[in-house]
Design a protein around this ligand. Structure first.
Ligand SMILES: Cc1cc2nc3c(=O)[nH]c(=O)nc-3n(C[C@H](O)[C@H](O)[C@H](O)COP(=O)(O)O)c2cc1C
Length: 325
């Protein structure tokens, strides 16, 4: 029988499926259920730098009695900030105690390094790797595209310098040259990039002219952008790639691996169908490998990547032009 073990971030995972950061990875019981269902690793729900700073500010403003006491002010803010960080560390310690699979801590970063002190604390608590989310999407029309890119690369450079742990960046797909960004991150020795994060998209209720959240969960056809960029880039870089967004079935998982992903992260499908979906996907992968004569995942990872396949030009737009003629 085929072995579905996969190499990612220096670990030999028992499955290439990783539980992506989200509601199912924010408590210890749910994490255990995911492990029992067969995930190879978990990414804990993120701690949000922005939220910590916002809550600290709001709590402080409510508490006017401290306003005239600068020392109390300092301790109050520090106490509040530590409340969130300690809560995250408790989850991390609990997860490490109860799980045998790698536990990846996740930080949604707002600044270039305001979070690095607590990142360090997460590593000391046993985080096996860190996944950082930093999305300098510019809605400021005075900021040029190249400055948005530069901002991300400076962030990555600083993170790599400060953190000795295995480091993954979860990227959005809104850069003028994704290919260049990936190549630059590779040269900065980032261990992996997750392609792609899905952003909160605001929508409008036309009955009462209010703002509402756009669709929160992905659908099973939302995987193609990630697939394409993994297929285009995996043969060109040494860094690992993890597919994310729209991986809802064994079939899509296999496509991502063929394109060159070392692992996939899944969230929406687990929220819709429950953790048992992982065992179904693992079995689908193993059956497909048996049927196609692959003993190990590494036997076929990247087989369809642009650089490794004589028909790899299919990932480019030229093929699209041929198809619509
Ligand atoms: C309710 C919800 C909460 C999420 N929270 C986080 C989070 O804390 N950090 C993060 O990096 N991604 C978060 N995500 C994004 C998912 O990890 C994932 O990147 C995204 O849903 C795309 O993958 P999918 O198609 O498998 O859902 C969240 C997604 C959902 C639906």
């Amino acid at each position: 029988m085929a072995s579905i073990n996969a190499e990612y971030l220096g670990f030999n995972l028992k499955s290439p499926i990783i539980a992506s950061a989200g509601p199912l990875t924010e408590d210890a019981d749910s994490l255990k259920r995911l492990e029992d269902a067969g995930v190879g690793a978990v990414v804990l729900k993120s701690i949000f730098e922005e939220q910590i700073e916002e809550d600290v500010k709001n709590n402080y403003e409510k508490s006017e009695e401290y306003l005239n006491f600068p020392v109390a002010d300092y301790h109050f803010r520090d106490f509040d900030r530590n409340f969130y960080i300690d809560k995250y560390m408790r989850l991390l310690i609990e997860a490490k105690k109860s799980l045998d699979i790698p536990v990846i801590a996740s930080i949604c970063c707002k600044t270039k390094d305001g979070w690095s002190e607590y990142a360090d604390r997460f590593v000391k608590c046993g985080a096996d790797a860190l996944e950082l989310n930093y999305y300098p999407i510019s809605s400021n029309s005075n900021v040029e595209g190249r400055d948005v890119d530069k901002n991300l690369l400076e962030f990555a450079k600083k993170a790599r310098k400060d953190l000795k742990v295995r480091l993954s960046l979860k990227l959005g797909n809104k850069y003028s040259s994704i290919a260049n960004i990936i190549k630059e991150l590779d040269s900065l020795k980032i261990d992996s990039v997750v392609l792609f994060n899905r952003f909160y998209e605001p929508d409008i209720n036309i009955d009462n002219l209010s703002f509402i959240p756009g669709p929160v969960l992905t659908g099973s056809n939302d995987y193609t952008d990630s697939l394409r960029w993994i297929g285009l880039m995996s043969g060109e870089i040494g860094m690992e790639l993890c597919a994310n967004t729209g991986v809802h079935s064994a079939k899509t998982l296999i496509k991502m691996l063929l394109a060159g992903a070392n692992a996939v992260e899944v969230c929406s499908v687990l929220m819709k169908e429950g953790p048992q979906k992982i065992s179904e996907m693992n079995k689908g992968l193993s059956d497909w490998m048996d049927k196609n004569g692959f003993e190990h995942v590494s036997d076929f990872v990247g087989k369809m990547a642009q650089e490794n396949n004589k028909l790899g030009y299919n990932w480019e737009r030229t093929q699209f032009l041929k198809m619509i003629k």
